[in-house]
Design a protein around this ligand. Structure first.
Ligand SMILES: [Fe+2]
Length: 260
């Protein structure tokens, strides 16, 4: 199974540039063109949050129309820049909806069950997994006891050393998430975004892969007391190869590469 992971597009419509320098709409359009030209098409596209910069309905309609054109199955979870109501309205086919109103999803159409976790705290940059979402996850994992599972979520359950970003990381629910992953025993990977860098770690015995942004990156800087800043590294996305019972293999693919 081949899984394309895209993340942190921060789509901004109109003439404005993000932070005065990043044309995130041009990056998103290039990403879509790159995916359409892949020599082996992925079985599914997972969008791990921060689809839009301002969380407007128009941003999600633009994302939805472009992704639908690929003709691939797409699943998405919100990031801290997103908002649930317009995502639900414009991207109904891509997102889940739990009884507690969170956009968590469980899709068992593939050889590996895909679980998407909504870590959004609306209006805040950090993420959390509250008891309602963790209870939902516990039930979902119990129903998928026999199956391999891949989880995707925006905020990584890691402390990365990028301190300013860590201060707005997954601040609640990490320990129980790790216990649930460990107890299930067949979670093959946890795919995340938010950090705008490629980072690898682990949680509950499962590998955690943080994909770089499909638009713009954050500077690698491990110093204390430094606000995060943006770098000029290229837009990227990830391709994950995974079959039941095998470890996940992850490739990072720059978007700017133009096939002749
Ligand atoms: Fe982001």
């Amino acid at each position: 199974m081949l899984i394309a992971q895209i993340t942190d597009s921060h789509l901004l419509l109109g003439d404005g540039k993000l932070a005065g320098r990043f044309d995130t709409k041009a990056s998103f359009d290039r990403l879509m063109a790159n995916l359409a030209k892949q020599l082996v098409q992925p079985d599914i596209v997972l969008f791990s949050g921060d689809l839009g910069e301002d969380a407007t309905l128009e941003e999600y309609q633009y994302v939805g129309a472009a992704l639908s054109k690929l003709g691939l199955t797409v699943l998405a979870v919100p990031g801290n820049h997103d908002a649930r109501a317009p995502m639900r309205e414009a991207l109904a086919d891509f997102v889940g909806n739990t009884d507690s109103g969170h956009l968590c999803l469980c899709d068992s159409r593939f050889p590996i069950t895909i679980i998407g976790l909504d870590t959004l705290v609306e209006g805040a940059p950090h993420g959390e997994l509250c008891q309602a979402r963790l209870n939902w996850l516990e039930d979902a994992l119990a129903r998928q006891r026999q199956n391999d599972v891949l989880i995707f979520m925006h905020h990584p359950p890691l402390t990365t050393g990028l301190r300013d970003m860590d201060s707005m990381g997954l601040l609640e629910g990490r320990e129980r998430l790790a216990r649930l992953v460990e107890a299930h025993g067949k979670v093959r990977g946890i795919l995340c975004g938010h950090m705008h860098r490629a980072i690898i770690g682990s949680c509950g015995g499962a590998p955690v892969f943080v994909s770089p942004s499909s638009s713009h990156q954050i500077t690698f800087d491990l110093r204390d007391n430094q606000p995060y800043s943006f770098s000029d590294e290229p837009a990227q996305f990830a391709m994950h190869l995974i079959e039941p019972g095998t470890p996940m293999l992850s490739h990072v693919v720059p978007v700017l590469y133009q096939r002749p």
